[in-house]
Design a protein around this ligand. Structure first.
Ligand code: FES
Length: 104
């Protein structure tokens, strides 16, 4: 089973698998997603703003909570780390810099 995640402003649409985090799904589907740590939950560069479908998002765990709180920007309940975010239904997020990887 997959769940549709729409990414603004690029308009990218991702089909995320059950149990798969958003960051991993984007990479699997051939998209570049801003990161330094590669999905370990430590760089916080993957953060997104959840615009719609917050009820379909997984609860925030301790590592993610710590990461969100240390972001040097105003955050609210809609800020999540893509590499820790699982979804159970349609979600729309805002994240700049998400684009298809250039094939080499
Ligand atoms: S990719 Fe580094 S914290 Fe998510």
């Amino acid at each position: 089973m997959t769940h549709r995640v729409s990414v603004r402003p690029s308009g990218v649409e991702l089909e995320v698998l059950d149990g798969e985090d958003l960051f991993t799904a984007a990479r699997r589907l051939g998209y570049r997603w801003p990161t330094v740590c590669g999905g370990k939950g430590t760089c916080r560069i993957c953060f997104v703003r959840v615009e719609e479908g917050a009820e379909n998002c997984s609860p925030v765990g301790p590592l993610e909570r710590e990461g969100i709180e240390s972001l040097r920007r105003p955050v609210d309940g809609s800020t999540r780390l893509a590499c820790r975010l699982l979804v159970e239904g349609p979600v729309t997020v805002t994240k700049s810099g998400v684009r298809r990887r250039v094939q080499e």
